[in-house]
Unconditional design. Structure first.
Length: 304
């Protein structure tokens, strides 16, 4: 069980308790705090707090977060498109519609379930039972190259490369509209959307630095085929950044238009190139995930 205790300062007085706690350094979302309030896990003084309570100077606020019971994640015999494999790591070409790791509502059919069946006990455990071997993620509807580690030594090494931005990642995307410049750089910190917790946004107050470089590969008038190079790897980074300059990805109904004239299942985004220094041999390696069939067909339609 996690326990947090706070005392309200004078300048913090008068704001709702859920907002007060969400702005603290606990990392708890406002929706989760609301659940704790409903379950009576948050007290002010000796009384359970109500969700609309406004904190006062010198209030003593106490939170108790029960230990979560993680479900058993079972291996599943799901075919994998393997680009490379050795004793330390695995490069998988993830298909569209597959969630990377188990989470609420997705405990089966994930990449982790498939990798567990393929690798057996040979997966790093640094990220816990829900994300064995997973160093980085791509969205459910994003396809392409994904790195999986088979041991903790490889995981630590590659996580450090990811942290210092030395891993080479090139994405292919089709965006709405005609980009004016042949290439450019988008900079803007990415964090949770201030009102919609399911979305990310450029957030100067609570976001983390994010940099995306793009280069035009082909123009179609109503759409543009681009390559995106990531310096950082924030959640939904390419989708948020391209939408921020008025060119959301085709098929992205979250950050773009709800209209979907090309009948795409999610955004047109593919993690094509992945390069890194191998943790054991110290040699640079690079892998290319071929464009998926839906992406090739989309380009063909746009060219006509």
């Amino acid at each position: 069980m996690e326990i947090y205790d706070y005392t309200v300062e004078k300048e913090e007085s008068g704001i709702r308790i859920d907002r007060y706690l969400a702005e603290k350094d606990s990392g708890l979302s406002r929706s989760f705090i609301q659940k704790l309030l409903k379950d009576g896990q948050i007290t002010v003084g000796d009384k359970a707090a109500k969700s609309n309570y406004k904190v006062r100077e010198n209030d003593r606020i106490h939170l108790e977060i029960p230990d979560s019971s993680e479900p058993d994640i079972v291996p599943e015999d799901i075919p994998l498109d393997i680009l490379y494999e050795d004793e330390d790591l695995l490069i998988v070409n993830k298909p569209k519609g597959m969630v990377v790791h188990p989470a609420a509502g997705h405990y089966q059919g994930t990449l982790v379930n498939a990798v567990m069946a393929h690798c057996g006990d040979s997966l790093s455990g640094i990220n816990g039972v829900m994300r064995p071997g997973i160093v980085h993620r791509i969205d459910k509807d994003t396809t392409g190259a994904l790195l999986v580690c088979k041991n903790d030594t490889a995981h630590r090494d590659l996580a450090e490369q990811l942290k210092c931005h030395s891993i080479r990642r090139r994405y292919r995307a089709v965006v709405q509209g005609n980009l004016k410049e042949d290439e450019g750089t988008i900079e803007g910190p990415i964090g949770r959307h201030p009102t919609d917790r399911k979305k990310m946004a450029i957030n100067y107050k609570n976001g983390k630095d994010a940099v995306t470089h793009y280069k035009v590969l082909e123009r179609f008038g109503q759409a543009t085929y681009v390559e995106c190079r990531l310096e950082t790897g924030r959640t939904h980074q390419i989708r948020v950044h391209m939408a921020s300059i008025g060119h959301p990805l085709l098929g992205d109904t979250v950050y773009g238009s709800s209209k979907n004239p090309y009948h795409l299942e999610g955004q047109a985004l593919h993690a094509m190139i992945l390069g890194f220094v191998h943790p054991r041999t110290c040699e640079y390696m690079e892998f290319t995930a071929p464009l998926p069939e839906y992406f090739v067909k989309l380009l063909s339609k746009l060219r006509k």
